[in-house]
Design a protein around this ligand. Sequence first.
Ligand SMILES: [Mg+2]
Length: 243
Amino acid sequence: MTGPGHKPAKLAVFDVDGTLTRTYDDDIEAFTGAVRQAFGFEGVSDDWSGYRHVTDSGILDELLRDRLGRAATPADLSAAEASYGALYGAMVAARGVRAVPGAPAFVRRLLAEGEWAVAAATGAWRTPAELRLREADIPIDPACIATSSEHMARRDIVELAIARAAVHWGLAEGPDGFARVVLLGDGLWDVKTARALGFPFIGVGQGAAAARLEAAGAGYIAADFTDGDRLLRLLETAIVPTL
Ligand SMILES: [Mg+2]
């Protein structure tokens, strides 16, 4: 079980928005507000799946290339991230952050049982991602979170989260690290990333969203995290999505 020097053999990598927290709409509102404030961009498409990299920094880079004919600079990224942080902070103060049902208890259970390490890989920027997890009472260590503040591409963010978790739990990086890595996410881009990197995947969603995940190749779906026993079985049996 857990204790000093304990090394979990397996790793669950969670997406944040829409997977652990009900923050998908707030994220869109804060993002479109931030690029309006920082760059004067109006009419920004909020159909995230139309962008090449569905991450805050990736979408910003694509918008700047389309509208200004240049790539995003570090100064652009910090300006947008600062605007986003201010808008989003106000939203959180007004509305709070809701966890997906069962998510805080399930993450706690994984950490307590000690067989699974836990990391987060998110297309959001770091400050709001950490704020969301904190407000929703989901205890993922910031050292095991990789965000859009570090990389633009989802697959790079996921690989960084795995590498950071390996360091955090004292394992080697790469093939000598975790014996099993499973990704969990609510977006089509999450399925795509799992397929591209060759990791087993659990889709999180219900109704039409679950059907879309299934159509994209996710064979294992959970509506939320209330059935922890089933989730644990899914973590053991989930496979790489195929089309
Ligand atoms: Mg998501």
